[in-house]
Design a protein. Sequence first.
Length: 290
Amino acid sequence: MDDEESIGTLLTLSSSVIMLTLKFSAANKCPVCGSDPRTHPGLRFKINTKCYHRICEGCVDRNFSSGKAECPVGGCHVNLWKREWRTQTFDDLKIEREVEIRRRVTKTLDRQEDEFETKRDYDDFLELREELIMNLVLRTDVAATNRKLREYALANGIKTDTTDSAADSGVKPPVKRKDIAPDAADPSGLIKGLKKIVIPKAKSPYDPFMGMPRTKDYYEVQDSYVSWAKGKTAEAIVAGGYDFQQYVDECLLRAFAGLGVFIEDEMSAKNNTAVLGPGTTEVKSSDDVF
């Protein structure tokens, strides 16, 4: 009986080992060319971030070296680029897919707390982002979710794989909604509660006179005067670059410079006002301070 039990145990263990070996061999077998690590030592597999099929590196080079092509796995018609195939990070493809989706959505919807009006608005944004992630992970409203992300990326000038594919297919960027304010931080209207963009005022051109008036209120320089008749013809005067216009302008400025100044009014105001200290009121010189 002991021998029969031992033989039965060995058979059970052998069958279990065979099943595990077959399962491991099937898991490490390329679905396209049928290669496995036993027949091809050093075989490396790659996955893509769209259909998550796992094929060997040789099939990737053979099918995608000339450009964009369909996934070589039977029944899959997803168009892929060679750059979209990469080495697998996690053993479980479900975890690999969720991590990739979270990375892609977070890269698109990258907002910080200080960009929102209130903490509640930021929490609503985090809830919205998590909802979009779970829609893609659970394959719920995938088309609508991808459309929202694509419109948000196009409206905010974010370059992603989805915007590149939309540009390649000739899809026009979404028209800016009329109900969105021009200073809104999100032109697509997907995220609510963002602070408005403060548009800086345009810098005025440099003014060397610092706003001082350059117009003449009391006189106007003429183009020519009778007294210039002899001076303009004298080579000794004009050879050095003498400017008659500037000479007349300076003379008239000196003549009319004090017309708007009334010294009596300024002196009386100065004499009637004393220097005020902290916490004191206005004191006139005519009052007896003692």
